[in-house]
Design a protein around this ligand. Structure first.
Ligand SMILES: [Zn+2]
Length: 97
């Protein structure tokens, strides 16, 4: 499973077209919330499931997307956060959450 196309739509969603023809779109707020980096993961563990984070605009703006190897993308957020490596299966799970 690999993306054929990844793009940000209306500064709100990450749109992914997979090579099997499936499509996913992930709200950027969700993408940021579920950033897989160590810092964000441990922060999430401390929060209750019902916790709703508030983000600044820069925390929800994507500057750049880079492919990592053949299995993931890294997301560069405008506030400088860029340590999250989103593996493709993880993105697909996020989209259906
Ligand atoms: Zn993170």
């Amino acid at each position: 499973m690999k993306p054929d196309l990844i793009k940000v739509i209306e500064k709100k969603y990450l749109y992914i077209k997979w090579n099997d023809g499936a499509e996913s779109s992930i709200d950027l707020q969700k993408l940021r919330r579920y950033c897989p980096c160590a810092t964000c993961s441990s922060t999430r563990e401390e929060q209750s499931k019902s916790f709703i984070p508030l983000y600044f605009k820069d925390q929800l703006s994507i500057v750049k997307l880079t492919e990592v190897g053949n299995y993931a993308i890294s997301v560069f957020w405008k506030d400088g956060h860029s340590t999250g490596i989103y593996e493709f299966p993880y993105l697909k799970t996020l989209a259906s959450k």
